[in-house]
Design a protein around this ligand. Structure first.
Ligand SMILES: Nc1ncnc2c1ncn2[C@@H]1O[C@H](COP(=O)(O)OP(=O)(O)OP(=O)(O)O)[C@@H](O)[C@H]1O
Ligand SMILES: [Mg+2]
Length: 496
């Protein structure tokens, strides 16, 4: 039997991924979380998945009644028709008839213990999957915590003997910890909901590895979605090393040939200097080769990008129509960073994307930092994403907006330069009392590059780049100097 045959899907694909294939059969798992964190919903997914595979699935409820449960599920589009219910909620017939029931066997013959009833029902049904919702209720009903543990342990033992994969939900709180249950179970799935950010994490999984960390989770109308955190992976470079051209000979000269596939390039510059347009220029060329690119726009609207590009001879609408370009406006309120990563990953894997542009890094950061666990989390997330993408042979363009129009040039404002294989910068220069633009390369990991700036213009015919500005010195300092023929330096412009 191979590894996957031993695994049971949870019915939530992202969670299966976190569990490296799913739950291990015939074991017991604890689903922990506070009120409304999604324990019951997770149970629905688990049982419905079983029912769809013709595995017998049983839902045991000690809290909400079967009818209420079914009604809620129905409203959300969960089909519980093939799921057996064992209703032991306070309003159920069993509880009605056994008003003085004890949870556990007692010496008094007329009291029918609840745990016996559960075992009897399970025996009759011979299920593969059981979800036990609200087991922790038993704790309140039992007088003695030693008895509670003993009986739960016997239930777990019984489940193993019956070849059942058992999920138990537990609502732990500071006043009523569930360490004992965590200890007894083979795996522990923790659900959290802090300030509307849902998180899932595995704290224990006997017999298997799992993706550690706090993965983002959402509960949508159709149920739970889990977005496994992308981890920093070593690149697996098995694609052809080749360069891609900018389609503007002078830019290719600056780059000594172009950008290598599967590298990350930071396009840095002040607002409005032409970073997005420069990125689009690479995409225009890629489109000519029939390759597909995606722009994730965090700042500008899609319309703005569309309209502007048309005015400067980048046929972006045509590219979108030919399916060689997609522009996606990312609404920060809609996505968590892990969900965004998941979206990019899916796009790349399904549509053979060759260039991905994040416009811009500060937009990305702003969008997600309210959800970040720590200060560096967003940089880590972005780094993991770029490593994944470049590992897939995708060329990544990160748009980096810098604050000062002229003056000191800082490429590292956001602490992202370490993830850049290449850094291209655009800046404003004052020449002959006119504000002009210039382009230069600051870093290139895989080849040499031209270390002179060139004039950069965006015209209605497209991007125009001049010849190297040889008379310019100190372009990266605040005050580039113009070297006249007599060799005297003349200050070129001041800070603004
Ligand atoms: N149609 C829906 N669309 C989006 N979210 C929903 C929908 N219905 C329910 N939810 C969300 O699901 C959550 C409840 O999930 P669930 O009942 O599985 O949690 P629970 O952990 O079992 O809660 P409890 O502690 O009350 O038993 C709620 O937070 C609610 O916001
Ligand atoms: Mg519940």
């Amino acid at each position: 039997m191979n590894e996957t045959n031993k695994r049971l899907s949870t019915g939530i694909s992202g969670l299966d991924e976190v569990l490296k294939g799913g739950l291990i059969k015939k074991r017991t798992y604890l689903v922990r979380g506070g009120p409304g964190t999604g324990k019951t919903t997770l149970g629905f997914h688990y049982l419905i998945e079983g029912a769809e595979k013709n595995e017998k699935s049983i839902f045991i409820t000690l809290t909400e009644s079967k009818d209420k449960m079914r009604e809620d599920a129905q409203n959300r589009g969960f089909d519980l028709n093939n799921i057996e219910f064992v209703d032991l909620s306070p309003s159920s017939k069993f509880i009605e008839e056994n008003k003085n029931y004890d949870v556990f066997p007692s010496n008094e013959v007329d009291q029918k213990p609840l745990i016996d009833e559960i075992i009897k029902r399970i025996k009759n049904n011979k299920p593969n999957r059981v979800f036990f919702d609200g087991l922790t209720q038993l704790r309140y009903l039992s007088s003695d915590s030693f008895q509670f543990r003993k009986q739960i342990l016997s239930l777990v033992q019984f489940a193993v003997e019956q070849n059942i994969t058992l999920l138990i939900s537990s609502e732990a709180s500071i006043n009523s910890p569930d360490d004992d249950l965590q200890f007894m179970c083979d795996g522990v799935i923790n659900l959290e909901n802090d300030e509307n950010r849902r998180v899932i994490n595995i704290s224990k999984f006997r017999g298997s590895g799992f993706l550690s960390g706090r993965h983002s989770m959402k509960i949508k109308k159709d149920g739970i979605k889990v977005y496994p955190k992308l981890r920093l992976q070593k690149r697996k470079k098995d694609y052809k090393t080749e360069t891609i051209s900018a389609g503007v000979p002078e830019i290719d000269e600056l780059l000594h040939g172009g950008l290598e596939r599967g590298t990350t390039t930071v396009l840095s510059g002040a607002s409005g200097v032409g970073k997005t347009t420069l990125g689009l220029q690479f995409m225009k060329e890629a489109s000519g080769r029939g390759e597909r690119s995606v722009i994730y726009a965090f700042e500008e609207g899609v319309e703005t990008i569309l309209n502007r590009s048309e005015a400067i001879n980048i046929p972006i609408k045509e590219m979108v129509k030919r399916n060689t370009l997609a522009i996606e406006k990312i609404d920060p309120l809609e996505y968590t960073p892990d969900e965004f990563t998941h979206k990019v990953k899916r796009e790349v894997e399904e549509n053979n994307i060759k260039i991905v542009m994040i416009d811009s890094v500060s937009g990305y950061k702003l969008a997600f930092e309210r959800l970040a666990d720590g200060n560096n989390e967003m940089v880590r997330n972005l780094h993991a994403l770029t490593e994944y993408l470049t590992g897939m042979g995708v060329t990544v363009l990160l748009i980096n907006e810098i604050q000062n129009i002229t003056g000191d040039f800082k490429v590292t404002e956001l602490g992202i330069s370490y993830m850049a294989d290449n850094i291209i910068f655009l800046r404003y220069l004052e020449m002959n009392s006119e504000l002009r633009k210039a382009i230069g390369v600051l870093k290139k990991r895989l080849s040499d590059f031209e270390n002179k700036m060139r004039q950069f213009k965006i015209t209605k015919y497209g991007i125009k780049v001049g010849s190297p500005l040889t008379q310019l010195r100190g372009i990266l300092t605040g005050n580039p100097e113009f070297i006249d023929s007599s060799g005297n330096g003349e200050n070129f412009h001041g800070n603004r």
